[in-house]
Design a binder for this molecule. Sequence first.
Ligand SMILES: Cc1ncc(COP(=O)(O)O)c(C=O)c1O
Length: 389
Amino acid sequence: MKVAEAPVSHLSHFECSGCHRVFERELLPSFCEDCHAPLLARYGFLTGIEQPAFHISHESMWRYFRLLPLSAPRHIVSLGEGLTPVISLDRLGPVLGIEHLWIKDESLNPTGSFKARGLSMAVSMVRQAGKTHCVVPTAGNAGGALSAYCAKAGIKATVIMPRHTPEVFKKECEYFGAELILVDGLIDKCGWLAREMKEKHGYVDISTMKEPFRLEGKKTMGFEIAEQFAGKLPDVIVYPCGGGTGLIGIWKAFMEWRELGWLEGPLPKMIAVQAANCAPVVQSFHLGKTDQAFRPSIANGLAVPTPFAKKMILDILHESKGGALAVEDQDMIEGVKKLAKYEGLFVAPEGGALIAALPQLLDQKLIQQDDTVLLINTGSAYKYLENMP
Ligand SMILES: Cc1ncc(COP(=O)(O)O)c(C=O)c1O
């Protein structure tokens, strides 16, 4: 598709989410070393953009170009990510006692998960900066997405993954031409190695929330939700939370949409669902600390023992009057089965976890029966079959 060169990004600077220090508009910033906190892209909005003057004729998340940080459309690395449907769960909803239950199905993205959005954004920024080698620690999906976008961009990728990850995640990285390194342990251990490789070889480290651009890609989920719910957002959004990028991104999108004057009325309660095997956000939300030795989960993406952006996640959960809860692996599988049998959707265990969480959320009155509830299904069951009975 031909893309016009005219539109420019409104990116103005980066801001530390901890100390609020302003960082100038560098090409590839990482995070604030002083307070060890993520950076946020800030825009010189926000006047004169008409909704929905989106912004280039791209049938992907790139239609929001002016609300994204890339300088010029010619740097876009796209495989057609975004514009995923919101589907009414009109058979399963009543069974669970929720009349207006919806799911945003991110499994339809390139490489089968919402990671495509963040990696399309980050790899585009890397290409714009003229860098040639990226490294990422991953629970699986981000590695596949990075490898695919790097293949498309002609950039080298190194992917560091826990050894116990299902084979398909490894194989896709290899098919896409990435270097694959397997590690005994969880994603935090992979992250230490990524940092070492950044320092030793100068690779661009695109670990979750340790650079500001994957968040900007994931933010487009929030823009889409605002459009799909046509100005009246759902009462509750339920999100499978690992590193938290999607949850923070959706919230950031709502803030920006509101700043633009396109969003009125109350914002949704944001609910983080985690795996009982590894639930640092849930523990911190309820106990103010973590006290568990974390174990792997069949929902690989939720097994993140030390999310770098945990404080930001917790702030959003509190600010939105939402909550956090954990579900067992076997209940995630029951959730996957319910979505398959009632709705014809075959979702990742991360998506199944959301269904498993709903009865508890109703019990705890975090959801009312007549609320409009939106679940974010982040991935596809087809990549997890090895993990599933
Ligand atoms: C399918 C799936 N869902 C959820 C997550 C967690 O993502 P986030 O960093 O946005 O919390 C991941 C991360 O690997 C994932 O692969």
